[in-house]
Design a protein around this ligand. Structure first.
Ligand code: UD1
Ligand code: UDP
Length: 387
């Protein structure tokens, strides 16, 4: 039996881990024993616990409760805690008895947050194999903390699970997996797995329709509202960007189209720090972060999604909803190439033009993110790694 440790911390990682955890329980229960370590990077109920409840993820075996802080503080605390867990030392709030602690055969990491970085560093220094889900994504923008995190995780990972062909090409271009002669390293392998978020979006789609009444509750009509989210430092920490995004959203709401804005805590904080005033309107709904079922229903039924989120961008695509990407570049270039997303960055005119373009034209959504069985492929590869 393989003992694997899934390391998660931020909202999108909890959601991604749901797909892997479900596949372990339903298809690999006889071969894999999964344990979960939550770093505590996200901790509000609506940023963490809600996803465990709704998506049926087992409670974490360990929670490091690192909370918020500077990059160094947050990553440093995580490194110390993860190292202890991997060495079998008690960490105070583990669900496991000390005598139960056995070494882990490998760690599974997701995406590109500080929790991913800490997991990659702590495990590789202890020679614990690292399996990176969502490997090979690149924005080529080194001012993004995520770009730094993912480059390190991909450099250190043993199995790199690329969700798209572009991600595979990015890794090949960096020579990951090979020596200078182009020969494959024995210790590192790139696998085109498909996207675990697509697995989730397909699996939970009908359930969300049944269980969420957010469309009715907010009085929205089908394909006649905009769903918007922002949380990237490039937008939240730049008052000019924050203002022009809110100006665009306010104008859309003033035109009579409902705008639903589930507000990330980072953004909420910045809105009050900047005392940002946007035109109040009965069509502008600034709400708390919503659950996965609620966001799925919003993504499926919106006319247009506007976001700087990687996950929301992709889910909009999975559900056939066009997306204005509030960033200068994206890791998910396929969406832009397919014409289903427009890079608008944060300027008012570009946002309004992209919104008008996407509202007015027919948009196509070719299948680009796998077959909704990425998780099974990933777990089979991990089993093969040990054989
Ligand atoms: C993090 C990830 C980012 C990911 C995002 C998903 C890094 C460097 N960034 O960004 O890649 O896209 O999560 O949402 O890892 N806060 C709360 N309650 C919470 C969590 C956060 O109030 O439960 C507030 C705190 O003020 C905190 C701020 O949000 O300082 C930012 O949180 P943090 O986890 O540092 O970064 P995110 O912006 O969430
Ligand atoms: N999400 C959610 N509720 C919200 C906003 C987002 O459940 O109010 C989900 C969304 O469906 C996606 C993930 O969170 O699966 C994306 O996380 P986020 O935007 O925080 O981070 P990113 O994907 O940009 O790293």
């Amino acid at each position: 039996m393989l003992r694997l440790l899934s390391i998660i911390g931020a909202r999108p990682q909890i959601i991604k881990a749901a797909a892997i955890s479900r596949a372990v329980r339903t298809q690999f229960a006889g071969q894999i024993e999964e344990h979960i370590l939550h770093t505590g990077q996200h901790y509000d109920d609506n940023m963490s616990e809600v996803f465990f409840r709704e998506l049926g993820i087992p409670s974490p075996d360990y929670n490091l409760h690192v909370g918020s802080g500077s990059h160094a503080e947050q990553t440093g605390e995580m490194l110390k805690g993860i190292e202890k867990v991997l060495q079998g030392e008690p960490i105070g709030n583990s669900r496991l008895e000390i005598g139960d602690v056995k070494p882990f055969d490998g760690v599974i990491l997701y995406g590109d947050t500080n929790s991913t970085l800490a997991g990659a560093l702590a495990a590789s220094k202890l020679q614990v194999p690292v399996f990176h889900v969502e490997a090979g994504l690149r924005s080529f923008n080194m001012s993004m903390p995520e770009e730094i995190n993912r480059i390190v995780a991909d450099r250190l990972g043993n199995l790199l699970f690329a969700p798209t062909q572009t991600a595979v090409r990015n890794l090949e271009a960096e020579g990951v997996g090979c020596n200078v002669y182009g020969e494959q390293h024995a210790w590192q392998k790139v696998v085109l797995s498909g996207d675990v978020m697509y697995d989730n979006s397909m699996y939970f789609s009908a359930m969300a329709d049944m269980k969420s009444d957010i469309i009715e509750r907010l009085g929205l009509s089908y394909r006649n509202f905009v769903l918007a989210t922002i949380h990237r430092p490039a937008n939240t920490d730049n008052p000019e960007n924050l203002r022009s995004i809110f100006r665009a959203l306010s104008d859309i709401a003033a035109s009579g189209v409902d705008v639903i804005f589930p507000c990330h805590p980072r953004t909420r904080k910045k809105l009050s720090d900047e005392s940002l005033e946007f035109r109040e309107s009965s069509h502008f709904h600034l709400i708390d972060p919503v659950s996965f079922f609620e966001i799925i229903r919003l993504e499926k039924n919106a006319r247009v999604v506007m976001t700087d989120s990687g996950g929301v961008q992709k889910e909009a695509f999975f559900y056939g909803t066009p997306c204005v990407i509030l960033r200068p570049e994206t890791e998910w270039v396929e969406i832009v190439d397919a014409g289903a997303g427009i890079l608008a960055d944060a300027g008012y005119e570009r946002i309004m033009k992209a919104y008008a373009d996407l509202s007015g034209r027919e948009v196509y959504f070719p299948p680009l993110f796998g077959d909704a069985h990425a998780s099974e492929r990933i777990l089979s590869e991990i089993i093969d790694f040990f054989n």
